[in-house]
Design a protein around this ligand. Structure first.
Ligand SMILES: Cc1cc2nc3c(=O)[nH]c(=O)nc-3n(C[C@H](O)[C@H](O)[C@H](O)COP(=O)(O)O)c2cc1C
Length: 187
């Protein structure tokens, strides 16, 4: 990564490649996040992956995702004086977005690099999308409804909430990773 790249501003149209931040939370479907990284690379995005500390603890194959992304996953802050590992983003997605992370994000509780990255994202003026993976029982909590409303008000683009519950035929739906790209690519 060149200093020149790092010095560019978020969303700079003159930059050669578009850079997508992918924030991964600790939901069961996170095991499939490689699908999102692969689809993003195919659509011409460079990717930088952030994971919550819990997500790093066995929720997805980190070595595979690092190989697909071509960069180390970030979960902890860099040391003061160290260079920024990723260029600034042209778009940010959080997929899957857990109940916990959605609520912390809405409250501005930037206690992990993953949530701090999300907290900063809306202020950068780049598209931000969330693919919530939250069961009905948790989504019934008023804090969740308030958080989604607050984040929507900040311009965050939400996909329909994924519950993982089987449909009326007993078929479990697939988590639609590509929606994250569709949402940030919308004008
Ligand atoms: C196997 C497993 C699957 C989970 N799936 C979900 C989920 O789909 N959605 C969710 O909100 N929490 C889920 N959780 C709970 C979260 O991992 C937990 O709330 C955690 O604190 C979230 O941390 P994070 O938001 O920092 O990633 C799951 C936990 C386990 C052990």
């Amino acid at each position: 990564m060149s200093d020149r790249t790092v010095d560019r501003r978020p969303g700079d149209p003159d930059r050669d490649t578009r850079f997508l931040y992918v924030v991964v939370c600790a939901a069961g479907v996170a095991s499939g996040v490689g699908e999102l990284i692969g689809a993003a690379r195919q659509r011409g995005w460079e990717t930088g992956v952030f994971a919550t500390p819990t997500a790093l603890n066995g929720f997805f194959d980190t070595a595979r995702v690092e190989a697909l992304s071509g960069r180390p996953i970030r979960s902890a802050w860099r040391r003061p004086g160290d260079p920024r590992p990723f260029p600034p983003p042209d778009a940010v997605v959080v997929a899957p977005a857990t109940f916990n992370t959605v609520n912390k994000w809405a409250q501005g509780l930037a206690d992990t690099l993953a949530v701090a990255t999300l907290c900063e994202a809306a202020g950068l003026g780049v598209p931000v999308a969330a693919l919530p993976c939250v069961a009905d029982a948790l989504a019934a909590h008023p804090a969740y409804r308030d958080s989604v409303a607050r984040l929507r008000g900040m311009g965050v683009r939400f996909a329909a909430r994924f519950t993982g519950e089987p449909d009326e035929h007993g078929v479990r739906p697939e988590f639609d990773w590509k929606q994250a790209l569709d949402l940030v690519e919308q004008p």
